[in-house]
Ligand binder design. Sequence first.
Ligand SMILES: C[S@@+](CC[C@H](N)C(=O)[O-])C[C@H]1O[C@@H](n2cnc3c(N)ncnc32)[C@H](O)[C@@H]1O
Length: 294
Amino acid sequence: MRGGKKIYEGFNAERKVKNRKIKERKRLGYEAFAKEFPRENNELPEQYTNKILRGNSEQLLQKLPDNCIDIVVTSPPYNFGLDYSGHVDTDTWHAYFDKLFEVFDECIRVVKHGGRIVVNVSPLFSDYIPTHHIISKFFIDKGLIWKGEILWEKNNYNCKYTAWGSWSSPASPYLKYTWEFLEVFCKGDLKKCGSKENNDISDDEFKSWVNAKWSIAPEHKMKQYRHPAMFPEQLVMRALKLFSFRGDVVLDPFNGAGTTTLVAHKFGRKYLGIDCSNEYCKTAEQRIAENLGT
Ligand SMILES: C[S@@+](CC[C@H](N)C(=O)[O-])C[C@H]1O[C@@H](n2cnc3c(N)ncnc32)[C@H](O)[C@@H]1O
């Protein structure tokens, strides 16, 4: 005890790694997995800038040049069996990942050197499929740098969990979750270039959001926008301010009711949103139109 405070004398010494730099060099860090990507970045053509496009992302993205998107922020369908308009949300897991990775392959190609890909994902716990790990492994195998993981705490304790697995027995208890994940990847470089005047994150926001557990309530307007799986504006806003600059180009290849494109528009980014449903694309356009001039 010192001055009424408990002091853990040995704590720092215990945690201190000796010759840290030498050991870091030996491990090679993320360079053990990261690949080289072409460094020359391109402009997103005018015809795709600030647009919502209806169609299959895997095909539409093929029309874009390499290295023309600063950041992808997206939430793919999770294969949970939800009722989407224009997308069937139940497939075998192999077929699901094959289709998803076709789109993600295109995302990797179109993202700039130094650009980022942020994927919001939740595993289907009842199928025991760790979707977030499988997706992370895909991007790491492709040579992207895994920047980190944000735990999105939804605090949705009210949702009706009736499954206990083996009630009051260790035979097969069913684990319950109130959170989802954001997996963040970088292409070619951990550092993203941008000018100081286009940095729009405040000191307080930065200090708070680098703590990688974000408590944000789920979107409550899904009924109003007739979409079964929207993420909240606050989640996208934090991701955009923390990982991109004003004026950057934002892509959402699974744009749904257009939360990403709306937030990109509100916070001075350019956007391209793609969804296979005509209805959702109309909603996405409408949300931006309602926000124009506000
Ligand atoms: C989880 S929702 C995204 C919701 C969105 N984040 C929002 O806040 O509204 C996934 C979306 O992907 C769309 N989708 C599924 N497969 C697609 C594909 N191959 N190309 C384009 N859109 C696709 C679905 O129609 C659905 O709206």
